[in-house]
Design a protein around this ligand. Structure first.
Ligand code: PEP
Ligand code: MN
Length: 358
């Protein structure tokens, strides 16, 4: 590891650095007469993913110029294959691409069931829908809360689909994990360390959304909290960052998608709905996300977008989602990957010969 010290670093600072280096199993070698460039040579024991941060945190260290020999848990080592996260029929990564779809917010059990049936028939393998909604204004609809969790549980069982729903508060993690197969940590909560750790400890898949103003590095550090808590099942979700131009709701960072696919072993998905903000732009952004290497897309679908209590403008009608799903399947196959299809429903498969994969 190579460090650059600030030009005002003192002899006492260098002594502190020497002590920290020794404690972490490094030998410290200053390069050049100015003694502002230092090489840390590992002695004996294996490195620790916290090595880099330990030196970065020292006030007199300006920058860590070369990565440590103990990369963080999210990092993809040379030759390491892509990780795969599976939940129900859905699989993300390693050539598997899956579609996540459903309403922004849960509104009623009947509407959720109808939407779930429609998105499943179109090829979605994971149902989404928020019971707890993190809204920009405290005066906007905040979601139906616990009641919605019961709807999710019943609908998931009825349509035989795993579900993803957002958890906003560490105190709700247990109740949400009791019904959800995947816990969504929303963009506004990305850096909520207590929430990340509590959610991670459930062992559920964590769908982590990038904060609207988070750097890729901050996004990865949030993922690192989940991994460091012993949960390897993380899906990174790019949903657009804050740009200077309000033509689209957010700026879908496809460079980040391509980068993350190389730099980490974690599956990456895109959410074109929150990036677009308007339904007409969802399909092209979904295609672009998959073309950039994403392992899945998450799309908001609503049977009556005009009546939606949140994000109606960006919701696709079920029929439009079905058209898009067909296009995405062709695109994925063209790239030599595979769009995962829902499993045949158990009850119908046993009784009807046509109860095969839709
Ligand atoms: C959502 O998925 O409905 C949502 C609130 O997304 P985000 O956290 O990306 O704004
Ligand atoms: Mn939404």
């Amino acid at each position: 590891m190579l460090l650059r010290l600030r030009s005002n670093a003192t002899a006492a600072d260098r002594e502190v650095l020497g002590r920290v280096a020794r404690e972490r199993g490094f030998e410290l070698v200053f390069l050049g007469r100015e003694r502002t460039l230092a090489e840390l040579v590992r002695r004996g024991a294996a490195g620790h993913p916290g090595d880099r941060a330990a030196f970065e945190d020292l006030a007199f260290v300006q920058a860590v110029l070369e990565a440590s020999d103990a990369p963080e848990l999210f990092a993809r080592r040379a030759g390491q294959p892509e990780g795969v996260v599976e939940v129900g029929a859905a699989a993300f990564g390693g050539g598997h691409v899956s579609l996540i779809a459903g309403p922004c917010a849960l509104e009623s059990e009947e509407r959720l069931l109808a939407t779930a049936r429609a998105v499943r028939a179109a090829g979605a393998t994971l149902l989404r829908g928020g019971a707890y909604k993190p809204r920009t204004s405290p005066h906007s609809f905040q979601g139906v809360g616990r009641e919605g969790l019961a709807w999710l549980a019943r609908v998931a069982a009825e349509v035989e689909m795993p579900v993803v729903t957002e958890v906003l508060d560490p105190r709700d993690v247990a109740a949400v994990a009791a019904v959800a197969d995947v816990l969504q940590i929303g963009a506004r909560s990305m850096a909520n360390v207590a929430l990340l750790q509590e959610a991670a400890r459930t062992g559920r898949v964590i769908l982590l959304k990038r904060g609207p103003a988070a750097t890729v590095r901050e996004f990865l550090s949030a993922a690192e909290y989940v991994l460091a808590a012993g949960n390897p099942k993380v899906l990174l979700c790019e949903r657009g960052v804050r740009g200077f131009d309000k033509t689209t709701r957010n700026l879908l960072d496809l460079g980040a998608v391509a980068y993350l696919k190389r730099a980490t072993h974690l599956p990456v998905i895109v959410d074109p709905s929150h990036a677009a903000g308007t339904s007409e732009l969802v399909a092209p952004l979904a295609r672009a996300g998959l073309a950039a290497g994403a392992d899945g897309v998450m799309i908001e679908v609503h049977p009556e977008p005009r009546e939606a209590r949140s994000d109606g403008a960006q919701a696709l009608l079920p029929a439009d989602f079905a058209t898009l799903a067909r296009e995405l399947a062709a695109l994925v196959e063209l790239g030599g990957r595979h769009l995962v299809q829902p499993l045949a429903p158990r009850a119908r498969a046993a009784t009807t010969p046509e109860g095969v994969r839709p």
